[in-house]
Write a protein that binds this ligand. Structure first.
Ligand code: ARG
Ligand code: ZN
Length: 877
């Protein structure tokens, strides 16, 4: 087999031909769907006459082709595995093709496929080429008219983008609906859905007074689980009007929920398609985290209507143009409608764990990559989350008013176009008058910048000198890095007053936001008129996606934890303090020395518990120790056992020393009021459940009884799931096994709850976890064809059960490899994602490195999809 070839950003050329209008007709049959396409094509005005027309197409059976009604002779076109070329097309013409495809055979879940008897599509990034021959690239934008034909009894509902304009009956029990989408769009935003679906409907009046019909389409059994998504959608629509002045443009907005979906959701114009896991909720089946995730994803996809659809990407290298901006928008939305500090803490905790790991590994890439083999591999934390951090920095740099003006300019200037990241940043530069040229490096340099900071207080001169040194480590094909423009929000907290001191830099007061700008490899900032010795509070709110080191002492951190005016940095001080203790304990474990808990950490936690907090969700975050994955990220070489032992030891020590406080916290935050996913209730539940986790860390009779009661009380899924997890992760199988059985029987008919049931079991720290994974893979409810199931069982095990996945006998690696090899054939996109933990082999000890590499080699010996090929080659490079 020939090796898949990379695509390079610098090779971009505008298309030789444009498609003005696209007419499609689908005759739906599971094994042989006929797709007729009529493309209204014209030559690009800047390109020469006579160039061939290149259309993408994969796994299509061409049954006819004609230009302006004349069938083409075989010599007039060329067919290959990847497309069709019309050799000498005229200037302007109609191209008619007819192909046959098989949705039933489609296990990759790209293009048109069947999920639970329902037809649906996923076209981003390059799925449309599995539907028909087409210039399947985002810079070809056309209006679409789509006729869907299907059996009326089994497929009563036929949907596509835009507005329904015609429907009717056909012979043989078939019917059709024609949809018109007046907004020019690239093929990746095309969607079709057909099935036996039911809808929930609502309305929204836009700011200019237009009435929009909102519909959520689900299978009948899920009709009771759409309220939260609908309410979230309306909040998002209103937020985008108020915050960005963006109004919805069609008369109809539809969401469809499907069981089998590779990602969370997709922003197809007027017809968003969602993974059921990202849209359905009910207090009895979904946890608080799911309620919040649904709200965020519904908003994300809705926001794409402007940042993505009306203005889209010129090519896939610009993916972060729409994703980074849209994630930033959905983060701000969630912060506004919930607890803003908690949203930031959660996002950063996740980012510093998962994105930092990606940026330090063999698949590291810039926010705007220079090349790829398979674009499906680039829907990453770097493109999405780091991209959002970069947009957040831009917003903070230019200030909200200028950012909003820049955003208005961007939407106005580029409406209906496919553009680049420069186009976006230029609008921000134009609106603010700032020079953002150095800032652009954030888009081109991969790797997490490391900042080493140190400070000195000069009593005699009342000066504080802060020196910052930045360095970005080498990443694959980027050995040298330049200095970035890094905005650092900071304060100096007076050790006597416990207050932020006024900051004077270069004789001038520092701006109100307290931001200093690091632009050189090394820079010293001298603050004058500093009346008392301060502790610096750096990178407030995580003002840049960097790793910042400062030689804080434990007293400094306890001081910041108690006094920092920045809520985010108060939390971070607690995390840093815990990390210092964890580092000592990891070393103790390695050296076989007895572990001793640092009393200063205990006292800091005690003080925290005594002080309390208005925001319970923030308090819950403050009490949560860094995860094993985050701790691992902070170590030069990952010692799986030592990290697990050290973290468990800290948890148990805190639980033992503060059990009365945790018990009080638990009792104080119990509540019988009916469930609602309000920020207040969610905060209260989080705090109560964090307390219960600590109590269960020492597993005394009382704690076990509380957990068991909480499970039995069956008040809402958040509490039930948490209690069940604690029982299953405890030594009390006598209680856990019956609870698991009852839960599994009760929810056997609810796939999304069964996903939780799988996940809870495979995260248990006991040594039988891996055997349980293998056993559960044989469970009748498990299927490799359902991505949610694969993620719940195999993904959760490999990513969240570190102690068992990294077993020294290599069984965890073998298990994952077996699954990846099977999925490579069935669903390459999921396979390439699932293999990620193995690609991080360099972070582990020699014997594990060998085992992991051995498994990667075993994958490499297979006939690989481009997706898996690309990841494996990078991992073994
Ligand atoms: N644009 C979608 C979203 O972020 C994700 C699509 C992902 N597609 C893929 N093939 N990976 O909302
Ligand atoms: Zn998106």
């Amino acid at each position: 087999m020939s090796e898949p070839k990379p695509t390079y950003r610098h090779d971009y050329r505008p298309p030789a031909y444009r498609v003005r209008h696209t007419e499609l007709r689908f005759d739906l049959e599971p094994g042989a769907t006929r797709v007729r396409a009529r493309l209204h094509v014209e030559r690009h005005p800047e390109r020469q006459a006579g160039e061939p027309l290149v259309l993408d197409g994969e796994q299509l059976l061409l049954t006819s082709i004609a230009i302006d009604g004349q069938a083409l002779a075989e010599a007039e076109y060329a067919l290959s595995d990847t497309g069709l070329t019309v050799l000498r097309p005229p200037e302007r013409f109609l191209l008619d093709t007819e192909v046959e495809i098989s949705p039933r055979e489609n296990t990759a879940l790209e293009g048109l496929y069947l999920s639970n008897g329902m037809y649906c599509t996923q076209c981003e990034a390059e799925g449309f080429r599995r539907i028909t021959y087409y210039p399947d690239r985002p810079d070809v934008m056309a209006t679409f008219s789509t006729t869907v034909v299907g059996d009326k009894a089994t497929l009563p509902v036929l949907l596509s983008n835009g507005n329904p304009v015609e429907r009717g009956e056909l012979p043989d029990g078939r019917h059709f609906v024609t949809w018109d989408d007046p907004f020019p769009k690239p093929s990746y935003l095309f969607a079709l859905v057909a099935g036996d679906l039911q809808k929930v409907e609502d309305r929204f009046t836009t700011m200019s007074g237009r009435d929009v019909t909102l519909q959520i389409w689900v299978e009948k059994a899920n009709l009771g689980k759409t309220d939260h998504a609908m309410a979230s959608l309306k909040r998002a629509m209103q937020w985008d009007e108020q915050t960005y002045g963006r109004e919805y443009d069609l008369d109809l907005f539809m969401i469809v929920a499907v069981d089998d979906f590779n990602m969370g959701a997709m922003e197809n114009k007027g017809l968003n398609i969602f993974n059921t896991a990202a849209v359905l909720t009910h207090p009895h089946t979904a946890t608080d985290a799911t309620f919040q995730r649904v709200e965020g994803i519904v908003a994300h996809e809705y926001f794409h209507n402007w940042s993505g659809n009306r203005v889209t990407c010129r090519d896939w290298f610009q993916l972060s143009l729409k994703e980074g901006f849209t994630v930033f928008r959905d983060q701000c939305f969630s912060a506004d409608v919930n607890s803003a500090p908690v949203k930031r803490i959660e996002d950063v905790a996740f980012f510093r764990t998962a994105q930092f790991a990606e940026d330090a590994g063999p698949t590291a890439h810039p926010v705007r990559p220079d090349h790829y083999i398979e674009i499906g591999n680039f829907y990453t934390l770097t493109i999405y989350e780091k991209g959002a951090e970069v947009v957040r920095m831009l917003c903070n740099l230019v200030g909200w008013e200028a950012f909003r003006r820049g955003s208005d300019l961007y939407f106005e200037r580029f409406d209906g176009q496919a553009v680049t990241i420069e186009d976006f940043v230029d609008c921000m530069a134009e609106a603010s008058g700032l020079d953002l040229s150095q800032f652009m490096l954030w888009y081109s340099q991969a790797g997490t910048p490391e900042i080493d900071a140190h400070g000195e207080y000069d009593y005699a001169n009342a000066e504080y000198r802060l020196t910052l040194r930045q360095r970005t480590p080498a990443t694959p094909d980027q050995p040298e890095k330049l200095a970035l423009h890094i905005p650092i929000r900071m304060g100096l907290v007076g050790t006597k007053s416990g207050r932020d001191l006024a900051l004077t830099l270069d004789g001038k007061p520092l701006d109100r936001d307290g931001v200093i700008h690091l632009r050189e490899a090394e820079q010293t900032f001298v603050f004058t008129d500093v009346p008392e010795a301060p502790v610096p509070s750096l990178l407030r709110g995580f003002s840049a996606p960097v790793q910042l080191r400062f030689p804080y002492g434990r007293e400094d951190l306890a001081f910041l934890l108690a006094n920092d005016s920045d809520g985010f940095n108060r939390w971070d001080a607690g995390q840093r303090l815990a990390m210092l203790a964890l580092d000592d304990l990891i070393a103790a474990h390695r050296n076989g020395v007895e572990k001793v808990m640092d009393p200063r950490v205990v006292e800091a936690f005690r003080a925290l518990l005594e002080r309390g907090s208005k925001d319970k969700a923030v308090m819950a975050e403050m009490l949560t120790l860094p995860s094993e994955a985050y701790i691992a990220e902070q170590q030069p070489l990952v010692d799986v056992e030592a990290i697990h032992a050290a973290r468990t030891f800290v948890e148990q020590s805190l639980a033992a020393a503060l059990s009365d406080d945790f018990l009080r916290l638990y009792e104080e935050n119990r509540s019988d009021i009916p469930y609602a996913p309000t920020p207040e209730q969610i905060g209260q539940r989080s705090l109560k459940n964090v307390a219960l986790s600590y109590l269960m860390a020492i597993e005394d009779e009382q704690a076990v009884a509380l957990a068991h009661q909480q499970f039995e009380a069956d008040h809402n899924m958040t509490d039930v799931r948490h209690a069940l997890t604690l029982l299953v992760h405890s030594s009390r199988d006598d209680l856990a096994d019956p609870a698991l059985r009852a839960f599994g029987e009760k929810w056997a008919h609810e796939p999304l709850v069964m996903d939780q049931w799988f996940a809870i079991q495979v995260t248990r720290p006991q040594t039988d976890a891996l055997e349980r994974v293998r056993y559960l893979m044989g469970h009748p409810a498990f299927s490799l064809k359902n991505p949610n199931r694969v993620r719940a069982l195999v993904g959760t095990f490999a990513n969240q059960n570190r102690i068992n996945f990294h077993r020294t006998d290599g069984e965890g690696y073998r298990l994952l490899t077996d699954v990846v090899i099977e999925l490579n054939r069935l669903n390459p996109e999921i396979a390439a994602r699932l293999v990620t933990p193995l690609t991080r082999w360099q972070r582990f000890d020699e014997p594990r490195q060998e085992l992991m590499k051995g498994e990667l080699e075993r994958i490499r010996a297979e006939k690989l999809s481009p997706n898996v090929y690309e990841v494996i080659e990078k991992a073994l490079a």
